[in-house]
Each structure stands twice: as C-alpha cells, then as structure tokens.
Design a protein around this ligand. Structure first.
Ligand SMILES: *Cc1c(COP(=O)(O)O)cnc(C)c1O
Length: 410
C-alpha cells in the first residue's frame, strides 16, 4: 500500500529524500544481522566529529533526546530556569521540563523569528536562577550567535543550540551547532536530513563523551557490540567481559544501526539536498517579490539551508482555505508556546509576547522538500499570485467559494 502514491508533491509540506541508496544501505545492515547500536552509529559520529572542530558527537534516537541529555548533563538544580523562545516546537521546552527545570519563554525578533536578544536580557533580569538558554535557528535561519554567545558567557549561562531546522551550515565562520556549548540536531523524517528518527548531540566539552554515551544507553558506559566479540574471543582471557557498572540513571535514547545507515547515506546526498532546497526557496522568494500583500516570514537567504518555508498573510484563515482548494498543503509552525495549555499553566509571569502573537496571526507554512519539481513550483507560485490578487481585491475575496467567514470555524 502506498498512501502517497496518487498525491501531488505539493500535497505534502515535508517529505524525506530517500531512494534505492538508503534501501541498499538498509539491506547491508539486514544481511549483517546486527541492527541495534553498533559500528554504523560510531561511523556517523566520527563523520560528524570530522566536520566540527574539537567537538564530541553522540547520536541519539531523536532530537528531543539530544536536547534532554544536553540539559541533563549539566546537573542543574531542580527548579532552575532555562530561557526558551516562544515560537518553536514543543520539544525545545519539554526537554527543560523533563529535567525538572522551568522554561522561561522569550519573545521573538520579528525579522529573524528566532529569539529576541533584548527580551533575553529582560527575562534574565526579571528571573532568578537562569542557568541555560535554548536557541532555535527558526526555519534554518541563524539566530545572531555572535551577539548571543558573549551575552551568555558574561552571565554564565549554558547555550544549547536547537539545530532541528538546520543541518551542516556555516554562519560567520562557524557551523551552526558549534557556537553553543551544545548543538542538538534532529534526523526526524521531516527534517533536512533524516534517519527515519534520530538526533545528534554536538558537545563542546569533549570530556562529557563517556557520560553522554552512558546516558543514551540506559546508564551503561560500555558498547555491547564491541563487548560481544569478547564472549568468544579465545585470545582474551578476561572472564569479566560481561561486567558493566551503572553509575547514573540513563535513558534508552540510542540510535540504532538501521537509522545510522540511512543517516550516513543522507550525508552523502547532503549537498544535493541543500541545492534542491535552495532552488525552491529562491523560486518562492522571486514569486513573493512580485506580491503586494503576501510576504516571506523572514528574508530567506541563499547562504543558509531551510527546513520550513513560511509566508505572512493578512488573512490567514482565508489563505489556508484558498491553498486547500488548490490541493496545496499548509501548516503553521508554530502556535506560540505561551498559548499551549501545558506551558500556560506553568507561566506565573503573565508576560506578553507581542511579536510572537503578531507573527502567529499571519504565519502559514507552505511545502518545502526536495521532491517538489519545477512543474510543482510553477503551480504553487501561480496559486500564490492568485491568492495575492484575491487578497488585494476585497470583492473577489468575499466571492471565493468556501470562504464562509467565522461561522465555518470549529
Ligand atoms: C523537530 C524538532 C525537535 C525535535 O526533534 P525530534 O527528532 O522530532 O525529537 C526539536 N526542536 C525543534 C525546533 C524541532 O523542529
């Protein structure tokens, strides 16, 4: 059964870029009959360590796990606080909650949609015990790390870069994920490169390697795949080959070799993946430059690589219904965390987040993935132009069938 066989590429917001190459890599793992945490995970980690300068890279089974462990390893006290941008996926905040820490939400900068440096300082001054900050490179657009790192150093705050929307990308001479104390990447299927599911911790403190490895492998600091050879190795007289110690409460957060083999294949295709995404973003930007009312949510730049393409519309619901009639997928990344009941209940500050709210009211994600063809892009861009025309002409706008006004809302 192929659920997506008869659908158009633009009926999906995101899609993985996988083919026979990944299938062959998986076949190799199946034939070898070692599927779990094994040598391929280590090969992936070495490849990542070779890309970054002086970093330890530990692969996990998700970006969320990478964020969780990057916070946990610091041994903060329960109740300590962590600054988190308001416009992000829930994992940026749930990782904080998993550690018994308290997220303090920070408004965004309307030009980058990443955290506002002014509001970081404001929230730092009005809270006690701020120990860390999670920085999200929203959509893949770099947050101003050259300002954030010195700011955080001065205040003795640990910087965790949530790199889930980006990949191996250079920003002002350093890779994203290399600026902070920790960089956390996601290889979830909707992200720029995938492992099905997976993540990577990039740690500045290379001494943390064995603790991080233990944390992601239920507390065991020994590689089972390596130890397994010793069961039958006649030359090794070590009868204690079976022994390991648990010193800390660990998690089942390891990547497995099936996922690692997909990730390794994706690494070999990364330049092609980046190229395709850049072409699509460029096409969208050209189209939007001709629009009167519709705008890109940020100044998308060809220097970076993006996971999300979003536009701003003065009539969000109308526009979403318009795209729906065209068969074009839309979404909204994200509802501000301050509006989520989970975090709303925990937020005693009654702070307001005017920029997040204002952007949220206009924000619409449209398709961005390497499967979009030139023909798909022509269709989406023509629809964008049609929508812009309809929006600039109120009479047409009211006449569009399916636009039923507020009564149509759930
Ligand atoms: C996807 C995502 C995550 C979580 O990654 P998973 O691999 O799905 O756990 C974290 N932060 C952001 C901003 C994300 O978009």
């Amino acid at each position: 059964m192929n659920l997506f066989k008869n659908k158009r590429n633009y009926s999906r917001l995101f899609a993985p870029f996988v083919d026979k190459k990944e299938l062959n890599a998986l076949k190799g793992i199946i034939n070898r009959q070692w599927l779990g945490l094994g040598p391929n995970v280590e090969i992936l980690e070495r490849e990542w360590e070779n890309l970054f300068s002086n970093r330890t890279c530990i692969a996990t089974n998700s970006g969320t796990a990478a964020l969780h462990l990057s916070l946990l390893i610091n041994n903060f006290n329960r109740g300590d606080k962590v600054l988190v941008p308001n416009l992000t996926f829930i994992s940026s905040a749930s990782a904080v909650l998993y550690c018994g820490l308290q997220p303090v939400l920070v408004d965004i900068n309307p030009s980058t949609l990443s955290v506002s440096v002014d509001d970081l300082e404001e929230k730092f001054c009005s809270n006690k015990n701020i120990k860390a900050v999670v920085i999200v490179h929203y959509a893949g657009h770099p947050a101003p790390m050259e300002e954030i790192i010195p700011w955080a150093k001065e205040r003795n705050i640990v910087v965790i870069e949530d790199c889930a929307h980006t990949t191996i990308v250079n920003y002002k001479g350093k890779l994203l994920g290399e600026w902070g104390d920790f960089g956390c990447f996601s290889f979830e299927e909707k992200k720029i490169m995938t492992a099905g599911d997976g993540g990577m911790i990039v740690s500045k403190d290379t001494n943390l390697k064995s603790r991080l490895k233990a944390f992601r492998w239920v507390g065991i600091d020994k590689d089972t795949w390596r130890a397994s050879n010793q069961y039958i190795d006649k030359d090794s007289i070590d009868s204690m080959h079976w022994y390991y110690e648990i010193n800390e409460l660990g998690y089942k957060y390891n990547m497995n070799d099936l996922s690692a083999s997909i990730a390794l294949t994706q690494m070999s295709k990364l330049s092609d993946i980046k190229k395709r995404r850049r072409e699509i973003v460029k096409t969208y930007m050209e189209c939007l430059s001709k629009c009167k009312l519709l705008k890109p949510c940020i100044e998308y730049s060809n220097s970076y690589v993006y996971q999300i393409f979003a536009i701003l519309s003065p009539k969000k619901d109308f526009s979403i219904r318009f795209f729906k009639q065209k068969g074009i997928a839309t979404g909204c990344h994200y509802t501000p965390l301050s509006e989520q009941p989970l975090l709303h209940a925990a937020d005693e500050s009654e702070a307001s987040y005017p920029h997040s709210e204002n952007i949220y009211n206009q924000l619409i994600t449209i398709p961005l993935h390497p499967l979009l063809s030139k023909k798909d892009m022509r269709y989406i861009c023509n629809s964008i132009k049609e929508l812009d025309y309809a929006l600039s002409n109120t009479a047409t706008c009211e006449a569009i069938p399916g636009e039923l006004g507020d009564s149509a809302k759930p």
